[in-house]
Write a new protein. Structure first.
Ligand SMILES: [Fe+2]
Ligand SMILES: [Fe+2]
Length: 246
């Protein structure tokens, strides 16, 4: 039995959004997802998909994408990504009712894997605009947008705290934390997300959202403050699910 993660499938079976334009790695990427997930994930395993599942704008436009995810092996847990327009943040419960026993939508709740509580939320991080000089060094950034980003970080932190609170109230002491956005932006060493990970002594922080070579290093990868940070963007992993814990 194992816990795997993979992010940013960006499926578009019903939307006209070919991903090939984003580079070679995206060519027939849904075929790669099918192939690698079927090769690696066993029916008894758990697979957390860390957001940006579908390009559909509304739920009926995502049904084929979600059906594709359903057909993948193992228990599937979904996190909300910034492109998941079908997932109204206030209607997670409704999604969980509709897809009960098939898919689990992780937000303002938690899931269980062995003695771990799986907690998570979309997260948020300030992504600029940054003002750079010719050498690519940061000279400044849009401060109004940064202030707005802080509000979104607060809202996501409240959701994440609720997830931890419920898990702890149910007696869980071991946690794995999932985010869609990276835990820190390119200006930060730490953030409210790294702080809460430390506060609860989580085993690992798993995130995605970063696409393309130039973005893969935007946040923390590897060991930091005694916690394992894992980037699991589909294109970073060539769509092979990453092992989180066994
Ligand atoms: Fe994405
Ligand atoms: Fe994203």
């Amino acid at each position: 039995m194992a816990l795997y993660a993979l992010g940013d499938l960006h499926l578009s079976f019903q939307a006209n959004k070919p991903m090939d334009a984003f580079g070679k790695v995206w060519k027939n990427h849904e075929k790669k997802i099918e192939k690698y997930v079927n090769k690696i994930v066993k029916p008894e395993d758990t697979l957390v998909l860390t957001g940006d599942h579908s390009w559909g704008r509304k739920l009926p436009e995502c049904m084929e994408d979600l059906a594709f995810i359903e057909r993948l092996p193992g228990r599937k847990i979904l996190l909300r990504g910034n492109h998941d327009m079908f997932w109204d943040a206030k209607k997670t419960e409704r999604l969980n009712e509709e897809f009960a026993g098939r898919l689990f939508f992780l937000q303002n709740n938690f899931a269980v894997y062995k003695d771990y509580a799986l907690v998570g939320t979309k997260g948020y991080t300030f992504e600029g605009p940054f003002y750079l000089n010719r050498r690519g060094q940061i000279l400044g950034w849009d401060e109004e947008k940064e202030a707005q980003a802080k509000k979104l970080v607060d809202r996501e932190m409240a959701r994440l705290r609720e997830s931890f609170r419920q898990a702890q109230a149910s007696g869980y002491k071991k946690f794995i934390m999932f985010l869609h956005y990276p835990p820190t932006n390119i200006l930060e060493k730490t953030s409210p997300f790294t702080e809460i990970a430390r506060e609860y002594g989580v085993e690992a922080v798993v995130y995605s959202h970063c696409h393309g070579e130039r973005r893969f290093g935007d946040s923390i990868r590897g060991e930091f403050q005694g916690i394992r940070y894992m980037l699991v963007s589909g294109d970073y992993l060539n769509f092979c699910p990453a092992l989180v814990v066994e």
